[in-house]
Write a protein that binds this ligand. Sequence first.
Ligand SMILES: *Cc1c(COP(=O)(O)O)cnc(C)c1O
Length: 448
Amino acid sequence: MNEITLLTEADDRARRYTESIPGRRVFPDAAALQALAAFNEPLPTRGYAAQDVLRLLDDTGSPATVVSNGPRYFGFVVGAALPAAAAAERLMLAWDQCASSFDNSPVAATLERVAAGWVLEALDLPRESAVGFGTSATACTLSCLAAARRVLLARQGWDFDNDGLAGSPEVKVVVSELAHITVKKALRLLGFGMSKIIVAPVNHHAQVDPERLPPLDDMTILCLQAGEVNTGEFDRFDTLIPRAKAAGAWVHVDAAFGMWARASSHAELTQGIEAADSWTTDAHKWLNTPYDCAMAICRDSEALAAAMNSDAVYLSGARDAQKNLTLEFSRRARGIPVWAALRTLGREGVASLVDQHCALARRIAEGLQQAGFEILNRVVLNQVLVRARTDAHTVAIREAVQASGEAWFGPTIWQGRPAFRISVSSWRTTEQDADALVQLLIETAKRG
Ligand SMILES: *Cc1c(COP(=O)(O)O)cnc(C)c1O
């Protein structure tokens, strides 16, 4: 079979999958999960035909997908894939660019530069910032924190690149009590040591409490957050960041999904965030690009370019080449789906995507509250934190909804007790989907 016939078949199968999204179970049923055993075959000695590989992938794989690219998936903040961004990815596969620098891919370098500028504009962050398009908020946070530490050490006259950490002045890290696990992972990988991390206590709205902010100085990295995963709450940037900056600290903000509120009518939640030194945000969550795609944004572009530098002697160096702003050397041009998403949405489209999700979250919260569920957060964003009459009931309802295949959301523990967390982040989710979720929960609760 020739390449074009094969690609046509792949496109047909992808199209049929996409068409079937509205009718699919949101989480696979037991039969689909059992069928995954078909993949457990020995490594073939002589390979199979490509068409056979594609057929197995679709026939056995597609039924076992989680339909997060659909309207009724409310788990975590996974987001769906905008058609324009998904289509751009399809074409990029044909290009197969190694998008490390202009010389490797002029088109990728050009589009990622444009996308970087648009992102800074849409999010109203300092226009001089460097933007590295990486795989995840995890990886991008690691890049930003590596840059932060290197700068703080350099200010003390310490050459981190040459002399490493042994014997260096100590860099302290202060993180929110509710910091995302991946911020802690990045810190752990960078050698900060979990027992050395200083925890900033939060108030009852999950925000770092300004009254109890640990002491900061010019050898401290303060990690704040925009969009706490359970509540969707934002730290008080306008209060905290000026204090941190006055002390000479570096401020990093984990804004994996919450950053996009800044492009919407909810921008006031992010007030003061622009004064930080670095920010992480995902495109694969709330901007609804396909996985995986995130951004490391650093006000001092030199700081990020120096920390992540990978100019080799055989390469022509450019400070803003993506290989000098991300962990990866060889990489896909993750900025291209961002460009495609922003070009089709425009400013207004980004704002209405976010506004629509926030309105749907409030609608769900109101519906559930009227039906007797307890809503545990203020629903300032797209997250609804819910509890039923008893802990056992909360768990049973969540499990029953997950098993139904009608919708999916995940569990959490909030203030020591089970809860569930409903997140609206798919461009496909409508008012009907929100109402159907509320109805499903009401009926499930009656039965349980
Ligand atoms: C999802 C998330 C992360 C991690 O993002 P990845 O892109 O999955 O690495 C970090 N912080 C917050 C608040 C998140 O929601």
